[in-house]
Design a protein around this ligand. Structure first.
Ligand SMILES: [Zn+2]
Length: 1082
């Protein structure tokens, strides 16, 4: 055909003669002023002065409210109770109406609603019941099925009426109203303490017939408008979006339904023709952004646990409902605890969820009990988060999780990759580091590496949110903010309203369909995909796995550093319960093997552990919840401690140990659970003391030997200057401060020249916004030394001396600190102990205690779970300086070659080392979201432990001992002899710690779960770790008849069989900071 052109006549005159192009301009055509046309788009669908003329005016084909179509009755639940449906049906209902107020805050109101769809609406395409009281609600059927949640305040206000309601007859259903919003009950600023007297007005209760074309056109125009507003001006895609949007608006004719259809046709020029269904995702173009529905429900925060139970039911019902209408929706949801609540309180919803899990739409994720804090829980707690979480998912859904999911937790400790791998998870998702307020974390997708070298693939969604609104901008940012595109350019978009918002809305899903349409039709927008899962996303990443960049060590969060300190009592309870459980499991394990009739109290242990784990939720343990939540956690801790005490009593009884205070040293026994030799002074009564010594579970107590020379002395050597001295240390105290601490053996002074250790200091503590969460770097500029009163001798006993000092903090607050020195024992490092009682009534102040030491190192060490993390003591770079307040567990240490100082504590987690100044954080006084956080009395213990050589086993073990005071009891000589040694012993490198002894989860006499196969016989589980970071070897021996030993993961799945010697002992060999679990088959 091409040849024809060549045969045409040539020459200019022929061309002019055939041109159809108008020779004359028809009139002036102006260039569009882009800014003005862009603004006009919003006017097309916004409320306000144009709403009766724009698209909103055609959104409904009819509405009906009030008698006889919508009739309302209500019943107020008594007090702050949250009755069940059954209880609510017993209530006496009274007529009510739109416009009526309901309250106050936290109360529950039930509504009986009778509706009759008017005749003229019966045949309409889509009927909804719309309800808004600016608070959360749940729709129930007449026979008690919870159907879906309502959010209020214009969000998720609709419930689609069932077909059966279109018969012209009256139908009844119920709405349960909770008098709280999505974010609790604060006025204005949501993190302020809740207002107990809020009222909520019912503003809407009506039947609506929706014009679905108009609703769809609204979303079309919204998204095309976003493209016009957000694509760059120098792109043709932006101009085309503006042209299409303009054309839509120009073609809209008020009152003409056909014009809406025409407008939708015009929209196809930009979003394609397939956006009305999930078909839009069927194109074979390659996607980059994977949308996954999610609903981040804080297990407690600005509301108590009791409300969370309802939030879960409301939110997850919504998702099950949406999945019916949107087949592409995949919803990932974490926290076994929330599933467990759902199962107990909402079996109907739980079954619905189960069905959706089976269909592969609803994805349990995370593998942990709750989305917990990772800074403060002990290693064993982290293990139990996974053990309890994974077992729940395995038991109820037949599968464990592969992805650890913590989008919102405040920093991630360095051993998590190892523990994840040991809990069957090789992927990790978070995004909280995008909140860093100093440095920008450099990666989106990377391999995160533990202290022991274990790795997981980590992805941080570049949209930098876990509650995305699925906006055009969220999709765009999924690539524009992607930091690892040199290696992989895919990303996850985690969308859906969190907390009370109920997860993804239909608007979110509709918007994403259009985003995909744009990518395929026009391009430029990253191509979003729906219908895939988090696991499939990571499967793809895993193919590139080993080439991804690496990040070694903790993911330190450069914000929320105050959470290591806020809500001190809760943190103390956490530490105490973790330690108590270690004791109980060890003793109960021994009892269950040695006493045939003793039943290992697994159900009770589960209850205690689930309590501990729940309180480690990322707004509970960190201290960022409202006061109500801490009333709840105080109660829960008290309950589980009481269960523990009953178990301990029972074990004592089996062994003939009595809790009665011994009448003399000869009757006394000290219960010890530490796996090494101990020798300590113990108080038998107020007047008597002795020395407990040995390495068994029950140590005999001997009278304290008094020699010619007193073993420890205290003297006032000058006015107000005291010297305490034992064989190892000379401690000089003046005005409550240690002005000199001499290691007598080496003659070395521990305190820096002119320094005052144990000096209390007070800081102004007004962060930029998040009071309970944050302490900002500038608080350091406001340091004020607290002057102390006169120091006095408090105790001067044979085995122990102490001095006491009172310190005024302010007109309202004061503290009393007692510095104690015990008699020293050969071969055991002595330390100075401090017990402080603080009466604390401050506002936005931070109390710390300082230890200036004569040690130089650019790095300090801090105990973390199963190991030690090193952090800078200088402010060289912004990354170093950002760590001006860090987390530690039982100790922090500053050592140089040959010598060092450790600061031990019994309940604290905040610390800082700046140069040679060590500083333990004690108490904060934020006023939001709990107006009374930490007000009252606190008793805190710490110790200054100087040591020869670098940080070593002395510190690790002394810190354990310091947190595990021996329990004094009464026991006869025969009982003491029987328990004088430990049935399981670990010998070898002193860095090895036997941290947990428990029974096998699946042992037939122990297991509480019938859905997980049981194991015959009795198994003892040992958890051993290398605490100091070196290859280490040891031998485990036991008095029991061991048949086989397996090394297992933390879920107690066998990994490899370990050779057992004839005497039942076996050898172990660990990597630096390795956590190893062994199953001993008896
Ligand atoms: Zn959260």
């Amino acid at each position: 055909m091409g040849g024809e052109r060549g045969t045409q006549p040539k020459g200019a005159s022929a061309a002019v003669a055939t041109s159809n192009y108008p020779a004359q301009a028809t009139g002036p055509v102006g260039k569009r002023i882009s800014k003005i046309y862009k603004e006009r788009i919003t006017q097309f669908y916004s409320t306000g002065q144009w709403e009766k003329q724009n698209l909103l005016a055609m959104m409904y084909e009819g509405k009906a409210s009030g008698d006889p179509h919508v009739r309302l009755w209500t019943w107020k639940a008594p007090g702050l109770t949250r009755p069940t449906f059954k209880e609510a049906m017993q209530g006496e209902y009274e007529p009510t109406h739109v416009g009526a107020p309901f309250g106050p805050s936290w109360t529950t109101h039930w509504f009986r609603i009778k509706i009759t769809v008017p005749k003229d609406l019966l045949d309409k395409e889509h009927l909804e019941f719309q309800w808004d009281a600016n608070n959360e609600g749940m729709v129930w059927t007449e026979d008690g099925k919870p159907l879906q949640g309502l959010t209020g305040g214009g969000e998720r206000t609709e419930w689609i009426l069932p077909k059966a309601f279109r018969d012209g007859k009256e139908h009844t259903f119920y709405i349960e109203m909770a008098c709280n919003g999505m974010f609790g009950n604060a006025n204005g600023d949501s993190i302020q303490p809740p207002d107990p007297n809020k009222q909520f007005v019912l503003t809407k209760a009506e039947i609506c017939a929706v014009n679905m074309d108009a609703r769809q056109l609204w979303i079309d125009t919204w998204i095309i408008g976003d493209a016009a507003r957000e694509f760059p001006e120098d792109s043709w895609e932006q101009h085309k979006a503006l042209n299409v949007a303009t054309k839509i608006i120009d073609n809209y004719r008020l009152g003409d339904k056909e014009s809406i259809k025409e407008c939708r046709k015009i929209a196809e020029e930009y979003i394609g023709a397939n956006v009305n269904s999930a078909k839009v995702y069927d194109s074979d173009t390659v996607p980059q952004v994977f949308g996954i529905g999610h609903c981040h429900i804080d297990t407690c925060w600005l509301w108590p646990w009791a409300e969370t139970k309802r939030k879960v039911a409301r939110s997850w019902s919504n998702q099950c409902d949406l999945m019916e209408r949107y087949p592409e929706l995949n919803f990932a949801c974490s926290q076994a605890q929330q599933y467990k609540w759902l199962k107990k309180y909402y079996p109907y919803v739980f079954d619905r969820v189960k069905t959706k899990v089976k269909e592969g739409k609803f994805h349990p994720i995370g593998g942990s009990w709750v989305e917990h804090d990772t800074n403060m829980p002990s290693g064993e707690s982290l293990v139990r988060q996974f053990l309890y979480g994974q077992r729940f998912f395995q038991s109820h859904f037949g599968e464990r999780c592969r992805t650890f999911w913590l989008p919102d937790t405040f920093g991630y400790s360095s051993q998590l990759p190892q523990l994840c791998r040991l809990a069957g998870m090789d992927r990790f998702l978070t995004q909280k580091l995008s909140w860093n307020n100093i440095n920008n974390f450099p990666h989106t997708t990377f391999n995160w590496v533990s202290l022991d070298g274990s790795q997981v693939i980590c992805h941080m969604p570049p949209s930098e949110t876990y509650t995305a609104e699925a906006h055009f901008g969220d999709v765009n940012r999924s690539i524009s903010q992607h930091k690892s595109m040199d290696q992989d350019h895919t990303s996850l978009l985690v969308f859906g309203k969190g907390d009370g918002g109920g997860g993804p809305t239909w608007q979110h899903i509709e918007k994403l369909r259009r985003c995909r349409g744009i990518s395929d039709e026009v391009g430029r927008l990253p191509r979003v995909h729906m219908g895939s899962t988090v696991d499939k996303f990571f499967d793809k990443l895993q193919e590139k796995g080993t080439s991804l960049v690496t990040w070694y060590g903790e993911l330190y969060f450069e914000l929320h550093r105050g959470t290591y300190t806020t809500q001190a009592n809760n943190k103390l309870n956490n530490r105490k319960m973790e330690i108590f459980m270690r004791d109980l499991e060890l003793l109960a394990t021994i009892a269950s093997i040695e006493h045939k009739d003793y039943k290992y109290p697994k159900a009770e242990f589960d209850e205690i552990w689930e309590g501990i784990l729940l309180c480690q939720f990322h707004d509970c343990l960190p201290g960022s919840s409202i006061e109500m939540c801490y009333d709840d956690s105080d109660e829960l801790y008290a309950d589980i401690a009481a269960i523990g005490q009953r178990i301990l009593k029972d074990i004592y009884k089996r062994y003939g140990i009595s809790e009665v205070q011994p009448s003399s040293v000869t009757d006394a026994a000290a219960v010890n659970t530490m796996p090494w030799h101990r020798k300590e002074v113990v108080d038998i009564s107020d007047t008597q003391s002795g020395v407990a010594c040995g390495s068994g579970n029950l140590l005999s107590v001997k009278p304290f030997k008094t020699g010619e020379k007193k073993a420890v002395t205290v003297k006032e050597v000058g006015k107000g200057v005291f010297v305490m001295e034992n064989d190892q240390l000379t401690v000089k105290v003046q005005a409550g401060c240690v002005t000199s601490l001499i290691d007598r053996k080496s003659g070395r002074e521990v305190i820096s020249k002119g320094g005052k250790a144990n000096q209390f200091v007070l800081f102004d503590d007004k962060p930029l916004y998040w009071q309970a969460w944050d302490v900002e770097v500038y608080h350091l500029d406001t340091r004020k030394e607290l002057p102390s009163g006169e120091t006095k001798i408090y105790e001067d006993k044979e085995h122990r001396v102490s001095v006491v000092t009172e310190t005024k903090i302010s007109e309202e607050s004061s503290l009393k600190s007692i510095l104690t020195l015990h008699a020293a024992f050969d071969g055991q490092q002595s330390y100075v102990e401090c017990t402080t009682t603080v009466d604390w009534h401050e506002t936005m102040k931070f109390l710390k205690v300082e230890f200036p030491v004569d040690v130089i190192n650019n790095e300090a060490s801090y105990e973390t779970q199963y190991g030690i993390v090193k952090r800078p003591t200088h402010y060289n770079t912004t990354w170093d300086m950002a760590k001006f307040e860090v987390c530690c567990h039982k100790f922090a240490d500053l050592s140089e070659h040959g010598f060092g100082v450790s600061i031990l504590n019994d309940s604290k987690y905040g610390f800082a080392t700046c140069g040679s100044l060590m500083r333990l954080s004690l108490l904060r006084a934020p006023k939001a979201p709990d107006a009374h956080a930490d007000m009252g009395t606190h008793k805190i213990r710490w110790a200054i432990l100087p040591h020869e050589g670098a940080l070593g086993a002395t510190t690790v073990r002394t810190a354990y001992n310091f947190n595990n005071p021996m329990k004094i009891a009464t026991a006869g000589a025969d009982v003491r002899a029987a328990l004088a040694s430990q049935p399981v012993k670990l010998s070898g490198d002193s860095s090895l710690i036997l941290d947990c002894v428990k029974r096998g989860e699946d042992d037939e006499d122990v297991s509480q779960d019938d859905n997980i196969p049981k194991r015959k016989g009795k198994n003892v589980i040992l958890r051993i770790y290398d605490s100091l970071g070196g290859h280490s070897r040891g031998t485990v021996s036991t008095i029991w008849d061991v048949k086989k030993v397996h090394k297992t993961n933390v879920l107690e799945d066998d990994l490899e069989e370990v050779e057992v010697a004839k005497d039942g002992s076996f050898q172990i060999k660990l990597r630096p900071f390795e956590v190893a679990t062994y199953r001993l088959e008896l």
